[in-house]
Design a protein around this ligand. Structure first.
Ligand code: NAD
Length: 514
C-alpha cells in the first residue's frame, strides 16, 4: 500500500485550477435549493419540517432544505445503529478500511465540487474550502491505515505454556456531533473514525451545514458502506442532541464544538439512565483562545504575517485561531504597526470570488455576537484596524484588531470566534508565556523566536495541545500535527494522530493455557 501522505492543497495561482474551481461553483449553484432527506437504516425519510441551510454571503440564497429529525426519528436511528452493530462490528477491519480508501478516492475526484459547496454553505474562501476538503480526504486515508495497524492488536508477553493476546474490539453505537466550521473535515473525520473501528453511528450534523454532510453520506454509500452503519439525523441540538446523548444504548459520544455544549454533553453522559449497562465515553473537542507570542530580535514581517494569518484566516472562525497576540516590549510598536497595515490590506466579500481573502461569518447569531465584542473591544483597547460590519446582503465583518489590551480583558479571555484580534505587551519572554497561559483554554499557540533557550522554555511551559514555532498557529495536518487541546479546550483526543482510533474501541486480553 502507498504510504500515507497528506492531500496537497490546490495551487490557485495556476489558471487551469482557477477555471476548474469556477466550473465547480457553477455545478454546485445548479443544485442549490434542493430538498434532502434523513437516512435511517439506508432508508430515505422525509419530514415536513425542514432545516433551511442558507449561504451566509447571500443570506436569502437557500443552499438546501434538509428534513429535520424528531425524537421519534432519532429513536429509529438509534435502533437501526444498534441492530447494525451486530453485523458491522464483525466485518473484517480491512474491509471497513477499504470503504474509506474508496470514499477518499471518490472525494478526491469530486474535490472542487465539495469545496465549492463549502464556499456556498460555510462561507469558505477557496483556499480555506480546499484545505477543508483535503483534510477530509486525509482523515479517511489516515484512519483507514491506522485501522489496518490496530487490527493486529498490540504485542504482549506470554509465559511458557500460555498464549496471551491483546486486541481491540469496537464499542457500540456512537453519537457523532460535529460543528459547522470544518463542515466537511471534522464531520467526516469524527464519523469515519467511529465507523472504521467497527462501531455504528448516529450522525447529527450542524444545522448550519447539513447539505455537505448529506453529500458525504452519498459518497460513503457509493464506496460500499452498508445500510444502517451511519444514520443521518439532522435536527436541533437541544432536542435531538440531548435525546441521543441521554439514550441508554449510546455507548460513546464524539463531539466537537463549543465549551458550553461540550460540558453539557459531558454532564449528561455521566448520568446512568434506565437500561444502561456501561459508562458512556465522551470525546469532546471544544473551544480555544489561542495566542501568538513574539520574542525580541525576530523578523517583524514573519511575526506580523503569522499573527494576521492566525487571526483572520476563515474570519477567525477556527478553534485554533490566534485571536490574541502577546509581544515583548522592544518589538511591540514595530510589530503592531505592521499588523495594522497587513490587516487593512485584507479583502472581505463573497467567498465565491477568488479575490476575497475573507468571506462572511456563519450566521446572524455569530454576526451579532462578534459585533458586540467589537464594541467591548473599543472600550478595552485601541482600535488599530477594522471595526466595521455590514449584514445587508451577507454577514460581513471587517478584520478588526485592538492593541494595548489588558491581558485579562474580556476580548482577551472569551472565545469570540470571529475576526477580532487583541494585542498586549509583555515586559519579557517569560511574562509573555505567562500571559499566553492565562485563559481557561489550551488548544493552540505560536511562538516567534530566534532564541533557542526561549524556544525550549516555551516548549515546556506554554500549556497547549498544539504548539508551533516560527509560523502561524492554525492549519494542523492529519498525520503530521495530531490535533487537540488541554483544559477547557477538551479531552485532547488528538484527531489525526496515532492514539485517536483507540478512543473508539476497547481492548480485550485473552489468555490460553496450552
Ligand atoms: P456548537 O457547540 O454550537 O455546536 C456543535 C454541535 O453541537 C452542533 O452540531 C450543534 O447542533 C450541536 N448541539 C447543540 N446543542 C446540543 C445539545 N444540547 N446536545 C447535543 N448537541 C448539541 O459549536 P459550533 O458553533 O458548531 O462550532 C464552533 C465551536 O466549535 C467553537 O467553540 C470552536 O472552538 C469549536 N471547535 C473546536 C474544535 C476542536 O478540535 N477543539 C474544532 C472545531 C471547532
Amino acid at each position: 500500500m502507498i504510504a500515507y501522505k497528506h492531500e496537497p492543497f490546490t495551487d490557485f495561482t495556476v489558471e487551469e485550477n482557477r477555471k476548474a474551481y469556477e466550473e465547480a461553483l457553477k455545478q454546485v449553484k445548479g443544485y442549490l435549493g434542493q430538498d434532502y432527506p434523513l437516512i435511517i437504516g439506508g432508508e430515505r425519510v422525509t419530514t415536513d419540517d425542514k432545516i433551511v441551510s442558507y449561504n451566509p454571503a447571500k443570506k436569502d440564497e437557500v443552499v438546501g432544505r434538509v428534513s429535520k429529525a424528531t425524537k421519534e426519528l432519532a429513536e429509529r436511528a438509534m435502533k437501526s445503529a444498534d441492530e447494525t452493530f451486530k453485523t458491522w462490528s464483525k466485518v473484517d477491519p480491512a474491509v471497513r478500511a477499504d470503504v474509506l480508501f474508496k470514499a477518499a478516492a471518490i472525494t478526491r475526484r469530486r474535490k472542487h465540487e465539495f469545496s465549492a459547496l463549502l464556499t456556498y454553505e460555510g462561507g469558505k474562501p477557496w483556499k480555506e474550502a480546499d484545505a477543508d476538503t483535503a483534510e477530509a480526504i486525509d482523515f479517511m486515508e489516515y484512519y483507514a491505515r491506522q485501522m489496518l495497524k490496530l487490527a493486529e492488536g498490540q504485542p504482549v508477553e506470554s509465559r511458557p505454556g500460555e498464549f496471551n493476546r491483546y486486541s481491540y474490539i469496537p464499542l457500540g453505537v456512537g453519537v457523532v456531533i460535529p460543528p459547522w466550521n470544518f463542515a466537511f473535515a471534522i464531520m467526516a473525520g469524527t464519523t469515519v473514525a467511529a465507523m472504521v473501528t467497527g462501531n455504528t453511528v448516529v450522525l447529527k450534523p450542524s444545522s448550519n451545514t447539513p447539505v455537505v454532510a448529506y453529500k458525504f453520506m452519498e459518497v460513503l454509500e457509493e464506496a460500499g458502506m452498508p445500510a444502517g452503519v451511519i444514520n443521518f439525523v439532522p435536527g436541533p441540538g437541544a432536542e435531538v442532541g440531548d435525546y441521543l446523548v441521554d439514550h441508554p444504548r449510546t455507548r460513546f459520544i464524539s463531539f466537537t464544538g463549543s465549551r458550553a455544549v461540550g460540558l453539557r454533553i459531558v454532564e449528561r453522559a455521566a448520568k446512568v439512565n434506565e437500561g444502561q449497562i456501561w459508562i458512556k465515553r465522551v470525546i469532546a473537542e471544544m473551544g480555544g483562545k489561542d495566542t501568538m507570542v513574539v520574542d525580541s530580535d525576530v523578523d517583524v514581517e514573519l511575526a506580523a504575517q503569522s499573527i494576521v494569518v492566525s487571526a483572520f484566516g476563515f474570519s477567525g472562525q477556527k478553534c485554533s485561531a490566534g485571536s490574541r497576540a502577546v509581544i515583548v516590549e522592544d518589538m511591540y510598536d514595530k510589530v503592531v504597526e505592521r499588523v495594522a497595515e497587513l490587516t487593512k490590506e485584507l479583502t472581505v466579500g463573497d467567498p465565491a470570488d477568488y479575490g476575497n481573502y475573507m468571506g462572511p461569518v456563519i450566521d446572524a447569531g455569530a454576526f451579532k455576537k462578534i459585533t458586540s465584542y467589537i464594541e467591548v473591544g473599543k472600550k478595552e483597547g485601541k482600535l488599530i484596524a477594522g471595526g466595521d460590519s455590514d449584514d445587508s446582503t451577507g454577514y460581513f465583518i471587517q478584520p478588526t484588531a485592538f492593541s494595548d489590551v489588558d491581558p485579562k480583558a474580556e476580548i482577551m479571555q472569551d472565545e469570540i470566534f470571529g475576526p477580532v484580534l487583541g494585542i498586549t505587551k509583555a515586559k519579557d519572554f517569560k511574562e509573555a508565556i505567562d500571559i499566553a497561559n492565562n485563559t481557561e483554554y489550551g488548544l493552540t499557540g505560536g511562538v516567534i523566536t530566534s532564541d533557542r533557550e526561549n524556544q525550549e522554555y516555551a516548549r515546556e511551559n506554554f500549556h497547549v495541545g498544539n504548539l508551533y514555532f516560527n509560523r502561524n498557529c492554525t492549519g494542523a495536518i492529519v498525520g503530521y500535527q495530531p490535533f487537540g487541546g488541554f483544559n477547557m479546550s477538551g479531552t485532547d483526543s488528538k484527531a489525526g494522530g496515532p492514539d485517536y482510533l483507540q478512543l473508539h474501541m476497547q481492548a480485550k486480553t485473552t489468555s490460553e493455557m496450552f
